[in-house]
Design a protein around this ligand. Sequence first.
Ligand SMILES: [Zn+2]
Length: 326
Amino acid sequence: MKTPISLIIDDPAPVVSVYHEHAKSRTTKDGRPLIPTFSNSLLFQFCDIVEKHSIKGKFSVVPMPGNKGDIVSGLEGVAQADLQEWLDTVKARVVPSFTIGPELLTHHQAVDLATGASLGIKECDWASTQNRTTLTPYIAKALTLLKQAGFSSYGVTSPWNFGIEVEDEYVASISQAVYEVSGSKNAWYFLRALRDVPNAKPWIALEDGERTVVSIPATTRDHIWQTIDTARTDQAYIHAVADMLITQDGKSGEIIRVLERDGWPILCTHWQSLMSNGLGTGLRVLDEVADRINRLLFDRVVWMRFSDIMELVLSDKASYPKPIFQ
Ligand SMILES: [Zn+2]
């Protein structure tokens, strides 16, 4: 069997850059102002690359991005037509190849579910002191907004390290919220990274009667992130960043190192990494990396959505034990 390969895209939202809202600095490291929105033309370019290389993976949709409203009722500063175009494009061109899920509600400040008002605390800090009683409705709200926007989802992505301090409560809440909103007895989530370790693979995080939760980790670093902080867009730069994941001869790079240690390359990047503060440099890196993967590793790996990975793990649960964390 070929080894699964998958691409995690964290942080997408219609037009709004959640990174602009939560970044520690409103300027790039080389001193340019951080842009607050990403044009739909960059989404179209992303879709072109995905279709060209048959890339598959997980694509977040943040339901209340940056505390600027929600994707169903409308977003502050975003024209309704642009919001709708973004959602329609994701449904038509991303959904066939990527499993969609919320990246909790705002990827910014936690909200009061009754009013939508900010609680004035980062979502990950809020989550660290919660339990299943409060986490379940919070996750259910995110899944419900995606459902109302026309997406079926049965998994979640954790903004930052959301829930890591109370992971057992968090996992139980994911299972319950997914069951309540979608009826699915199986769920997935992305929180952990397994990097520089052997056998980096997903695992069964919860088995409770008929319900199962599969934890799918990232196994590489987001090398594309650095494109946010430079105005360089030349081919030598694109190749240098791509080399960190897979070199032109297919002999080294982080993807190769994961494969050599019997792991699954579950690549991780962010929407803002691909957008590169409006320059789209990261999209060109993705284009190059996917081309190299398909050309050099076609006999070793097969692209999978998170839903495919979840089904594969569920088909042979005993082979995917939970790793021990230090
Ligand atoms: Zn994120």
